[in-house]
Design a protein around this ligand. Structure first.
Ligand SMILES: Cc1cc2nc3c(=O)[nH]c(=O)nc-3n(C[C@H](O)[C@H](O)[C@H](O)COP(=O)(O)O)c2cc1C
Length: 339
């Protein structure tokens, strides 16, 4: 097994890097820029039972750091996915994960049943957490018993591995992680977008037609890291980190907090070739740090020791600074403002 390879719910990934749903087409559209053989896995855009036109425009906005979107799960529905997309996915030289979306429990179940026999699909990611449908109410993502019900019923409908994609828009994400694990999820993707809003004070118009939307990109990394860490220490199933990953350094941070793999989303809009280069960059970083394999890093967070009794404390205590050399840690939108 190569030093970048990871095992995820019985699947062998050549490296821990996957595309994030909705940011990379279904995966193979990008093949001329990022060959599928360069990534650990491709996650499809959310597929729903019926075609969805998505939300009215405007539905995507750049912000000072990252994107705000309310695409609303636009897709051509499962029939078109089976007919037009899946035949090509047989040729993908990587793990294929199909992301399932629905508004009712039955929608998820029906999709899992329908797609269970499709050999091109290696696993399902159950999108419990889209903030851009049902006015951001997130019924499956905020209520552990609802989330568990979806996963339990999808579990009964398929033998493929299931990853439950959670929302950061909850006060105790660990409760959701525990609920989906007990309901039979094989892994957790943490996280989807953070609810956000933009407004033009001159026109008084919200940036998005739906007023609120999902915030993603570099600014949400600390939120996503915290959520992924809370999930990883609360469950035994693997966690796939997602949110604000802009470079290989960021991905390694998610591994340290306990993730077994990492997804890259918004960063691919600014740099479509990024995912194709990240594995090599990760390899070089491991060399520099003298780390033998990525799995050696997983869950190795070293919390600070408790401070010594007051009298012994050194007066030289310093404030911590980030050591990240990630050149993409400033979103292209923000960098664009520079000469
Ligand atoms: C334009 C856009 C479309 C997205 N569409 C989906 C989607 O269809 N299904 C889904 O589960 N997540 C979707 N997401 C969320 C991403 O998969 C990811 O969870 C989120 O953007 C955080 O990661 P990032 O900061 O790396 O982008 C979308 C995100 C963006 C920016």
């Amino acid at each position: 097994m190569s030093r970048l390879a990871v095992r995820l719910a019985g699947l062998e990934l050549r490296n821990p890097l996957l595309s994030a749903s909705g940011t990379f087409g279904h995966g193979l559209e990008m093949q001329h820029i990022v060959p599928s053989s360069a990534v650990g896995g491709l996650v499809s855009k959310t597929v729903t039972r019926k075609p969805r036109p998505g939300n009215p425009l405007p539905r995507i906005k750049e912000t000072e750091a990252g994107f705000l979107n309310s695409i609303g799960l636009e897709n051509r529905g499962v029939d078109a996915y089976v007919r037009d997309v899946l035949p090509a996915m047989h040729g993908a030289d990587t793990i294929v994960v199909t992301n399932l979306g629905g508004e009712k429990v039955e929608d998820f179940v029906e999709l899992a049943r329908r797609l269970d026999g499709q050999a091109a699909i290696d696993a399902f990611e159950v999108n419990l957490s889209c903030p851009n449908v049902q006015e951001g109410k997130l019924p499956f993502a905020t209520d552990p018993s609802m989330a568990a019900r979806v996963i339990r019923e999808v579990r009964a409908a398929t033998t493929k591995p299931i990853f439950a994609k959670l929302s950061p828009n909850v006060s105790r994400i660990a409760d959701l992680a525990i609920a989906v694990e007990s309901a039979g999820a094989d892994g957790i993707t943490a996280v989807n977008t953070v609810l956000g809003m933009q407004v033009d004070w001159r026109t008084r118009r919200p940036g998005l037609f739906t007023n609120q939307g999902g915030y993603s990109g570099t600014a949400i990394k600390p939120i996503a890291l915290r959520c992924a860490w809370e999930c990883a220490r609360s469950v035994k199933i693997p966690v796939i980190g997602c949110g604000g990953v802009m470079c290989a350094e960021d991905a390694l941070e998610f591994l340290v907090v306990g993730c077994r793999a990492v997804q890259v989303g918004t960063a691919s809009f600014g740099d479509p070739g990024l995912l194709g280069r990240m594995a090599q960059e990760m390899d070089a970083l491991l060399d520099q740090a003298g780390v033998a394999s990525v799995t050696e890093l997983v869950g190795t967070l070293r919390p600070w020791d408790p401070p010594p009794p007051r009298a012994e404390r050194s007066a030289t205590a310093s404030t911590s600074t980030s050591t990240s050399t990630c050149s993409a840690s400033v979103h292209p939108a923000a960098r664009g403002a520079q000469p």
